[in-house]
Design a protein around this ligand. Structure first.
Ligand code: FES
Length: 362
């Protein structure tokens, strides 16, 4: 690691097409690398589930021992248990809410603490109900089933690290910053709508006691951050990490300098403009053939026949529903699977068929 300090990043005011209004549960990790012309491709450092079948994270029942407001619209939950599995910075936890909804939240506490997990959740007013349940139904004394932790957004070995966090997107970044080795070269751009809505500002400030590494940009005070400047002078092979709304990640991806590798943690699956047609799915081992209507998913059709089929997020970001495909052309609608996994597997909660028939190994 280089000891060279990162140049001071002043608060920057050049308009950038970002949105900090969104914010929710997670997530999907994805890695993108911008290569110089002619340079060899580099594989992602992000671990993936095996194409031969989805991971089955261990389920635990934990007690909520803290439910505290830590910023406008953000609550922190501490979940206690004993001998909890350790986790790496960037990991997330599935929370099974009292209603049965499953939501993913990044772990933001101490990875060495085996007696509790800490997550933070932003209330999404027009969301699908999970964040409201976390805010309004879950309280101290609630028992919650959790699965994981799992990590699709790990800290990677790189000569320098640049983090871009939007709002609640700071949660996976915080333990990553704490885990950087002494002398590591790093910088953080942390944006939000208002200072009051940005969790963990104090904690972030403590990680940069001399200043110069952290740029905080509340939009109502400083306008939108200047990503061009933030990403302009990165050392070769810098690992760029981004967690936040889709607009923020798209803007970072667009500006990624040559030679840098981008690691993303998404709040929502990438959307597609493709229309949704009806098609057939044959379940090879079960010997059944199903019809998937245009307004429903492969997962829904499969679960009608095989109710124990594993799934979690239903949005293409957790990998739980990954299944092997034996025949047919897949219309991949996720950002999670690697190119090699896409050859013979799919996430059946979001991905579809380009033709009229798929054969799944189930
Ligand atoms: Fe989470 Fe499909 S990717 S259920």
């Amino acid at each position: 690691m280089s000891n060279k300090p990162v140049p001071f990043m002043a608060r920057l005011r050049k308009p950038t097409p970002l949105l900090f209004a969104a914010g929710a549960a997670l997530v999907v990790g994805a890695a993108v690398r911008r290569r110089a012309p002619g340079s060899p491709p580099r594989t992602s450092a992000v671990p993936r589930p095996s194409a031969s079948g989805p991971p089955r994270p261990r389920a635990l029942t934990l007690l909520v021992t803290a439910h505290e407001r830590v910023a406008d619209g953000v609550v922190l939950l501490r979940l206690e248990g004993t001998d909890l599995p350790r986790w790496e910075p960037g990991a997330h936890l599935d929370l099974v809410l009292p209603s049965g909804l499953v939501r993913q939240y990044s772990l933001c506490g101490d990875p060495e603490d085996t007696s509790s997990y800490t997550v933070a959740a932003r209330l999404v007013e027009d969301g699908r109900g999970g964040s409201r349940e976390v805010h309004e139904q879950v309280q101290e004394g609630t028992e919650l089933e959790v699965r994981g932790p799992r990590n699709r957004f790990p800290l990677v070995d790189a000569p320098a690290h640049a983090f871009v966090a939007g709002g609640i997107g700071i949660t996976p970044v915080l333990p990553m910053l704490r885990a950087l080795p002494e002398g590591a070269e790093w910088r953080l751009l942390y944006g939000g709508r208002t200072r009051a809505s940005m969790p963990f500002l104090e904690e972030v400030g403590k990680l940069d006691p001399e200043g110069g590494r952290v740029t905080v940009v509340p939009e109502d005070e400083d306008g939108r951050p200047d990503l061009d400047s933030f990403l302009a002078d990165l050392p070769e092979d810098t690992a760029v990490y981004c967690c936040g709304p889709e607009g923020l990640m798209a803007a970072v991806e667009e500006r990624l300098p040559e030679g840098a590798a981008l690691h993303l943690e998404r709040f929502a699956p990438r959307t597609t403009a493709d229309g949704d047609g009806e098609f057939e799915v044959e379940l090879h081992r079960s010997g059944r053939t199903l019809t998937v209507p245009g307004d429903s998913s492969v997962l829904a059709a499969v679960r009608a026949e095989l109710p124990n089929t594993p799934y979690s997020c239903e949005q293409g970001w957790c990998g739980t529903c990954q299944q092997t495909v034996l025949e047919g052309e897949i219309d991949h609608r996720d950002d999670l699977l690697t190119d090699s996994e896409r050859g013979d597997s799919m996430l059946i909660c979001v991905s579809r068929c380009r033709g009229t028939r798929l054969v799944l190994d189930m």
